[in-house]
Write a protein that binds this ligand. Structure first.
Ligand code: GBH
Length: 434
């Protein structure tokens, strides 16, 4: 374990932690249902059969959680706003209270407006959902905009499309494979309309949180290179190109619904920052003609690529490889690919799942990734912030409560929060950065 101090980041660098509404709030009786409520009610969808009806009960215990943030000494807290809660009577009051509590603790609120919990009455296959999203965003911005400066529109439209609509391991559980592409387009359109709605309400610091990672070809053989290139297109370029360049990668625009050219003008509204959620690189080779189980996901045989284990590196409890230098590689690749079209970057999520309160592995993971981030800064990438996933152990989607990503341990019987060793490590690191 490295013990040298972490190098100093630029002045004003924003340190934070992230969570999302469905994963921590509970109080399901005080909101409308989301697609995740419907999905978890279906037997076999969530591994331990659990639901997020109570989760961390953050809805009732938010003051305790804000005190944990203050004790950690972070400058910012990224949480998400539940659209189904805003649709319920007094739902927005909760976020009003949370934002006030954060401001009083001198922690900047950074809300994400959509983190996968779509109202169950809506569907991303419908174009109209994008317009409905912008209406909801206006309502939220009018109410919180006097205290919220920094906004994130969507969390990981790539994963929501892939896991929720192409492979079906997340809500709403569809297995459309490439017929899921309109779901990506409609989310991107929703993002662009939301940027306009936020600016109309006076917001000046707006971004998105996209899931990205380097794709490593399994070999230098042509079939592996082609498969890896295609995977890189799906995970990285399909979402970054329209946002940053105003165009889809070659061959994709034709597959999208509606007046794509006109929509791209909305989608490419300039951003004030570009959020990146980084977990690991992916090793990809030619298809192997068989179903693959990987990182908690089943990939059908008909996909034109195969995801493979990266050898020779540690893995987390979830089986995800630990590759800090992948973060440096990702950021320098993005800088080279997008040049001056790339706004300042914020790492909006980075973290790992491990058991236990004496979590030395999490410390090693964070230490390695923060150093890798610093190397990207030294290489000239304009990075302005870093957020750890996650403050608390929480409802890890289809894995239920089995995976623990928190700096703070949750006892789901008693709802007692216990800071892990990594919480103390991060607190000390942040003190040394001031
Ligand atoms: C995020 O998704 C979500 O935003 C958040 O809600 C969630 O709790 C958190 O991450 C942890 O899962 O190829 O085996 O290395 C992350 C989506 C999909 C990222 C799979 C890493 C690669 C696994 N992830 N992925 S592997």
């Amino acid at each position: 374990m490295a013990t040298d101090p972490i190098p100093q980041f630029p002045a004003g660098f924003l340190w934070g932690v992230s969570t999302s509404a469905h994963q921590i709030e509970g109080a399901a009786d005080k909101r409308e249902p989301s697609v995740w409520d419907a999905f978890t009610a279906e037997p076999g969808r969530v591994k331990d059969g659990s639901t997020a009806a109570v989760a961390c009960d953050h809805y009732h215990r938010y003051a305790e959680d804000v005190a944990l943030l203050a004790g950690l000494g972070v400058g910012a807290y990224r949480f998400s706003i539940s659209w189904p809660r805003v649709n319920a009577p007094k739902g927005l009051d909760f976020y009003d209270r949370l934002v006030d509590e954060l401001c009083a603790a001198d922690v900047r609120p950074v809300p994400t407006l959509f983190h996968w919990d779509l109202p169950v009455t809506l569907d991303w296959l419908e174009r109209d959902t994008a317009a409905r999203f912008a209406e909801y965003v206006s309502v939220v911005a009018e109410r919180l905009g006097d205290r919220v400066g920094k906004w994130i529109t969507l969390n990981e439209p790539a994963e929501h499309t892939l896991l929720g609509h192409a492979l079906g391991t997340h809500a709403p559980g569809r297995q459309l494979l490439f017929d899921a592409l309109p779901v990506a387009h409609h989310q991107l359109l929703a993002h662009g309309l939301a940027v306009r709605a936020l600016r109309a309400a006076g917001a000046t610091d707006i971004g998105i949180a996209n899931s990205h990672g380097p794709t490593w070809p399994a070999s230098k053989e042509q079939p592996d290179l082609e498969a890896a290139d295609f995977y890189d297109l799906l995970l990285n370029r399909l979402f970054a190109d329209p946002l940053l360049l105003g165009q889809y990668p070659e061959g994709i625009g034709e597959l999208m619904p509606g007046d794509v050219e006109a929509d791209l003008k909305v989608i490419a509204e300039p951003l004030d920052f570009y959020g990146v959620n980084y977990y690991a690189p992916t090793r990809v080779g030619a298809p192997q003609g068989a179903e693959i189980e990987f990182g908690g996901v089943t990939m059908p045989a008909e996909l034109p690529f195969s995801v493979q284990q990266i050898e020779g590196v540690p893995v987390t409890d979830f089986g995800w490889p630990v590759v800090p230098e992948g973060l440096t590689e990702l950021l320098t690749t993005f800088r080279d690919r997008y040049g001056d079209r790339l706004p300042p970057i914020v790492i909006t999520e980075n973290g790992c799942s491990y058991e236990g309160i004496d979590d030395q592995e999490r410390i090693a993971y964070l230490d390695g990734h923060i150093r890798a981030l610093h190397r990207a800064v030294e290489a000239g990438v304009d990075v302005r912030g870093y957020f750890v996933w996650s403050l608390l152990d929480n409802f890890e989607w289809a894995e239920g409560y089995a995976r623990r990503f928190g700096l703070v341990h949750m006892d789901y019987e008693t709802l007692v929060r216990t800071p892990k060793r990594s919480y103390g490590w991060l607190r000390d690191m942040l003190r040394a950065q001031r």
